[in-house]
Design a protein around this ligand. Structure first.
Ligand code: URP
Ligand code: ZN
Ligand code: ZN
Length: 463
């Protein structure tokens, strides 16, 4: 059904203006100061947007949906994750494919894609994790980049014995990425240092969730950033540091950029609004707030927000990693190193950024659009199909009510996880209508769309 959004105020990463939007099909057909409805087909679906903001659909460049990790399996599937994303205004996600070290990369791609295809209501793509780098795997990575439209790798410097790469393989991955015009997204924390510190803490009986932070302090992350960016400098590869959490790591990345290294920086929403005191909550409540890199000292939050405001940090993702408190997080009740890592935030991201970023005066609206949509589209080869409001772009649109007031709650979350890390927090503003390629998929926090309509976005290798 054609779509007509009238009287709204369009906000992109660079402009803000009042205009009507008409979408005859899956893309935006017209944007004009006033479109006369009598010229449009009779069956047009009209969305009145007076007093509302119209954003490009938000893109989450870092989510985990199917995730076998730390001896357990994340709770969401593409149906619950799509509903959560759409309810919060996210129309495209990029999921990390995280196979085991013995798996074939192409089999892993097929597995992740086959889980998404029947259940996705958002559009989606993947970052391909490199957890082995033998000759056979290298051939498959070439196919994944050039034939499957997945021009981004993921490497883990952390998670010793599970996901981390040797230096030889890391260097090889960066060279391959450089050859293919692919970007390398990187979890930057030194696996060996963390493993040694975790063992020492546990041996001393320091086993509570508050010691997770102690085992991976900011310098461990800064060292990881320095390490991969040294290799990037030597190989010419382009690198994107995921969930960059602290002053030390951001400075290190910016120092490398100053030397000419092509590096983009991602922040994730938990680090912007939560701090390490949450993981210190008594009676294992802190387990809900264990993620890696850990929640940091509060002093880091203004550093991150300032870097976003100045666009030194390019994107705000979530690192949505959905593990239940009961049965998954509590596997680590007697040993923090066994707590399933992750803080689910897919539905809450835009509400948190608008509330704590825009209405708090930390960033402006255009920067929110840039960090939560446009930059992800540009960096990951989807722009201008995604990430902006323009004629010819996909009609992924968020009609946003800035006057809405409500609260985050498990009761209104679509993720399957049994807790909400932001329970009871106030939300300002909400996506009232969310469209994906011209069809309404969510209204006022409820999913009203079609499961299975989401599509794999084949991306361009732009690096
Ligand atoms: O705590 C986290 N971040 N869990 C998900 C895995 C990862 O490191 O991204
Ligand atoms: Zn990570
Ligand atoms: Zn992650």
């Amino acid at each position: 059904m054609p779509l007509f959004i009238k009287n709204g105020e369009i906000v992109t990463a660079s402009d803000r203006y009042r205009a009507d939007i008409y979408c005859a099909g899956e893309t935006i057909s017209r944007i004009e100061p006033t479109i006369d409805q009598s010229e449009l087909p009779r069956n047009v679906e009209v969305i009145e947007a007076a007093g509302k903001l119209v954003f490009p659909g938000f893109i989450d460049p870092h989510v985990h949906i199917h995730l076998p990790f730390m001896g357990t399996l994340a709770k969401d599937d593409y149906e619950s994750a799509s509903k959560a994303a759409l309810a919060g205004g996210t129309t495209t996600v990029i999921e990390m494919i995280c196979p085991g070290p013995d798996d074939e990369p192409l089999d892993a791609f097929d597995e992740w894609a086959s889980r998404a295809e029947p259940l996705a209501a958002v559009d989606y793509s993947f970052h391909m994790s490199v957890v082995r780098f033998d000759k056979k795997a290298q051939r498959q990575f070439r196919t994944i980049v050039t034939k499957k439209g997945i021009p981004s790798f993921k490497v883990f410097l952390a998670y010793k014995g599970a996901l981390n790469l040797s230096d030889e393989d890391l260097f090889g991955t960066l060279r391959l990425a450089r050859d293919l015009g692919s970007i390398v997204t990187a979890h930057c924390e030194n696996a060996e240092a963390i493993d040694a510190m975790q063992q020492a803490l546990v041996a001393e009986g320091k086993v509570g969730p508050e010691y997770h932070y102690v085992s991976r302090p900011p310098i461990v992350e800064a060292e990881g950033v320095h390490h991969i960016l040294t290799f990037a400098e030597l190989t010419g590869a382009h690198v994107y540091t995921v969930h960059t959490s602290c002053d030390e790591a951001v400075r290190t990345a910016l120092g490398a950029r100053y030397r000419g290294v092509d590096v983009w920086i991602e922040a994730v929403v938990p680090h912007l609004v939560l701090d390490k005191s949450y993981a210190e909550r008594p009676d294992f409540e802190g387990g809900k707030y264990v993620m890696s890199p850990p929640l940091r000292d509060k002093r880091n939050q203004p550093v991150l927000w300032n870097a976003i405001a100045r666009r030194f940090i390019s994107t705000i993702g979530t690192d949505h990693a959905p593990f239940d408190f009961v049965g998954q997080k509590d596997l680590g009740r007697d040993d923090f190193a066994k707590i399933a890592n992750g803080i689910p935030s897919l539905q809450e991201r835009i509400g948190l950024v608008y509330t704590h970023g825009v209405t708090a005066g930390r960033i402006d609206l255009a920067t929110m659009v840039d960090a939560c949509s446009t930059q992800a589209a540009k960096i990951f080869g989807m722009y201008p199909r995604k990430g902006t409001v323009a004629i010819g772009s996909d009609a992924d649109l968020v009609v946003f009510d800035p006057g809405y007031r409500g609260h985050f709650s498990r009761a209104t979350s679509h993720s399957k996880v049994d807790y909400n890390a932001y329970e009871g927090w106030e939300i300002r503003g909400r996506a009232s209508v969310v469209t994906v390629r011209g069809e309404v998929q969510a209204r006022d926090g409820e999913f009203v769309g079609t499961i299975g309509r989401g599509r794999l976005v084949e991306r361009d290798a732009t690096h």
